[in-house]
Design a protein around this ligand. Structure first.
Ligand SMILES: [Zn+2]
Length: 149
């Protein structure tokens, strides 16, 4: 798999664990142990699924924090709902910020990297770079220039 996508998945996993950790102790304390374990598993799964979906489909997943909260709110007592909603929106916002930075870095351009040169018309070059390089064949002299500098 693409190293960058792998890196994104690892990060998303950490974000989902962080969200889970921030709310797991708020899970309904008035149910028996067995059920509480069940609830924890459900909450963890919902966090992971939300982060996975965000990583796969960041441009078409609107309001992921609200979606996650709707999925898990039934596992928390009414007195904890506001705190859970807050923790979820903080955690998801951190993950969304990370994903956005990855989109800007081009990680979601179909997995295809682009030459880093700018054409004479001032547009980014659309050609595929040489293997292991930042520039396409017609701009490879730019790479040598930056190595020399
Ligand atoms: Zn180029």
């Amino acid at each position: 798999m693409d190293q960058r996508l792998l890196h994104i998945q690892v990060c998303m996993y950490q974000y989902s664990r962080a969200i889970y950790r921030s709310i797991k102790d708020l899970i309904d304390p008035y149910v028996d142990n067995q059920l509480r374990l069940e609830y924890r598993r459900e909450v963890l799964e919902a966090c992971e699924q939300t982060m996975e979906r965000l990583a796969k489909d960041p441009l078409y997943f609107s309001k992921p924090d609200r979606a996650l909260f709707q999925d898990i709110r039934r596992f928390f007592p009414i007195t904890a709902q506001a705190q859970v909603a807050w923790a979820v929106s903080e955690g998801v916002a951190a993950a969304t910020g990370f994903i956005e930075s990855q989109i800007e870095a081009g990680a979601f351009d179909g997995g295809v990297s682009r030459c880093r040169a700018t054409t004479r018309k001032g547009k980014p070059c659309q050609r595929t770079p040489l293997p292991e390089r930042d520039y396409c064949p017609s701009h490879q002299h730019l790479e040598r220039a930056s190595v020399a500098a």
